[in-house]
Design a protein around this ligand. Structure first.
Ligand code: PGA
Length: 276
């Protein structure tokens, strides 16, 4: 037992590998709900949660919505900050991240409207907007948990390759690759995808007390390989998690497809030993 408790304290980067995205999404939703409930059980302080958009988190959000409706978790004392928003896209545009978040999460849970924060991609002074966002995160007490996805190029939030691992919230230019990938939401026309976004920085994410990254499907396999086995590098910004005390990547078998067998076995063995 003593050994078990000792092992539980090991806080290196972890890979939680599930058979498929459905199982991974359930694991993530329950992990987030547990974290919210654990904090609520011991303090009245709000739970500060970082949130992401994209195809990947939708199933996790569905399960969180189910849990809220079933009374298994509440977002009444959750303060959330989203990781990014396109610059210049009206908030009411169906592909804005404001629209996405309301559709897939906020309209169906009990988080108070004043606790929801999403960068204003139409701010008159974008630099001031980004600076104020960082200050608001700090004033809320810093992130307890940051939920993110990753891009095929290993980006975390819109921190494309070559974003400093020390970066903070700022205006970023999207790469051609990301605009091509995201064009599926813009009539398959990369020219309709905004060229810039506001994004939390890599360091904004890694300063969270816990980071949970979702990566499902074969298209994320290269990013997972680079994140886990590659160097700690601005070439793959999610590799910043290698230096995090409490970083978890939730994968499925397909997104682990390019890992070395020994890496795969290592993370499976760590999970079995720690029983997380
Ligand atoms: P996706 O996007 O969930 O739609 O794959 C993730 C990302 O680009 O960060």
């Amino acid at each position: 037992m003593a050994i078990f408790v000792e092992r539980k304290k090991i806080n290196d980067m972890k890979l939680i590998i599930r058979d498929n995205s459905a199982a991974g999404s359930l694991w993530a939703a329950h992990h987030i709900a547990d974290a919210i409930n654990r904090k609520a059980a011991k303090s009245n302080e709000p739970f500060v949660l970082g949130l992401c958009t994209g195809s990947t988190p939708i199933e996790t959000y569905k399960e969180l919505i189910r849990m809220v409706k079933a009374g298994e978790v509440s977002f009444k004392n959750v303060i959330s900050f989203n990781m990014d928003e396109y610059v210049g896209l009206p908030e009411s545009h169906p592909e804005s991240y404001h629209s996405f978040m309301h559709k897939y999460l906020f309209d169906q849970i009990d988080e108070p409207a004043q606790n929801i924060h999403i960068l204003n991609g139409n701010a008159a002074d974008p630099a001031a907007e980004c600076e104020a966002y960082e200050k608001a995160i700090e004033a809320a007490g810093g992130f307890d948990l940051f939920l993110g996805g990753i891009g095929e190029d290993g980006h975390i939030a819109f921190n494309e390759p070559f974003s400093p691992l020390t970066s903070r919230t700022r205006v970023v230019t999207l790469t051609e690759d990301t605009r091509i990938v995201n064009s599926r939401f813009f009539d398959n026309d990369p020219n309709k995808v905004p060229k810039q976004a506001m994004s939390v920085g890599v360091a904004t994410v890694t300063s969270s007390r816990e980071v949970v990254i979702l990566a499902f499907g074969p298209k994320k396999a290269r990013a997972i390989k680079d994140a886990v086995e590659g160097p700690y590098s601005h070439m793959c910004t999610v590799s910043a998690l290698q230096n995090h005390q409490n970083g978890i990547i939730v994968c499925d078998e397909a997104s682990c497809g390019e890992l070395k067998l020994n890496s795969y076995r290592y993370f499976k063995a760590v999970e079995a030993a720690e029983n997380i």
